[in-house]
Design a protein around this ligand. Structure first.
Ligand code: MN
Length: 286
């Protein structure tokens, strides 16, 4: 199943070139929680339970043309957004060469850096685009496979990690270059773009051989299979869960392959991943 959020917080099921609007079912089921709300994204927490009714409703619910809707982040309220630094050998090598030239932050592997967190307020969908707050400094795109956690887990073994994955989507881990901590430079509003929709894990199968393609203004900049991940999806989930409990809706950006580069206002970034669809994202000045 392919689930999208669109327009004014509508929930849709993507059926070919159309979106079936299933919002009513979700708003009817969503509890009005007293403060404080439990950790995790309510919809992702309840996705498996609601799935048969969502599929039923999608047959009769109103449809819109997919091309006519504004796509939002498919996950509304992740508890945390986790990023992986160097997780493709070719990107670690290019970043190392670049850091020596620019005296920037060195990108090393997960063994060295571990993982990092991005502010939830950085999360947007493709229709929002990426506003550059610091147009005089360099901002880079990083196209990445994104894992969305489906059920709570902690200290899970990699052999069992995929059982806790709800699905996958495309992600842009936008990065302001410079000396500050990663978590600050990557947490600017709009610097985490998820889309075009969440494809449930059963439709994806093993996510370890999907082509990631990123274009800027129609020219290919990144083209790499997730088979080149140093730490596979299951290993990244397991590793993250040794440090913190993962909750439904938590998002893990699994790292970017080689070909990272700068964007400027007016650029259009298109990211596509096999089985997960393609998203177009505009870059503009804040
Ligand atoms: Mn990244």
């Amino acid at each position: 199943m392919k689930l999208c959020r669109f327009d004014d917080d509508r929930l849709g099921i993507v059926l070919g070139e159309e979106v079936a609007d299933v919002t009513d079912l979700v708003t009817a089921a969503a509890p009005m929680h007293p403060w404080p709300v439990p950790l995790g994204d309510w919809f992702i927490s309840n996705l498996n339970k609601m799935r048969p009714r969502l599929e039923d409703l999608s047959k009769s619910s109103p449809k819109k043309n997919l091309a006519s809707v504004r796509l939002l982040s498919p996950v509304a309220n992740p508890g945390k957004i986790i990023g992986a630094p160097g997780n493709y050998r070719d990107h670690v090598d290019e970043a190392k060469a670049d850091a020596e030239i620019h005296r920037g932050n060195l990108v090393m592997t997960i063994e060295h850096h571990g993982l990092f967190l991005k502010a939830n307020s950085s999360l947007v969908g493709p229709s929002h685009g990426v506003p550059l707050r610091f147009p005089n400094r360099r901002t880079d795109y990083e196209g990445e496979l994104v894992v969305v956690i489906g059920s709570t887990c902690s200290g899970v073994k990699d052999t069992h990690a995929l059982a806790h994955v709800a699905g996958y989507c495309c992600g842009l881990d936008m990065t302001l270059r410079g000396p500050e901590e990663r978590s600050l430079r990557k947490s600017i509003d709009g610097y985490t773009v998820l889309g075009p929709w969440l494809t449930t894990a059963d439709e994806v199968g093993a996510a370890d051989n999907l082509m990631i393609r990123l274009q800027v203004n129609g020219s290919t900049r990144q083209s790499c299979s997730t088979s080149s991940l140093i730490h596979s999806v299951s290993k990244v989930v397991a590793y993250a869960s040794t440090f913190y409990t993962l909750h439904p809706g938590d998002v893990i950006l699994t790292g970017t392959p080689a070909g990272v580069g700068e964007v400027r206002a007016g650029d259009n970034v298109e990211l596509s991943i096999d089985k997960l669809g393609a998203m177009k994202v505009a870059i503009y000045n804040w």
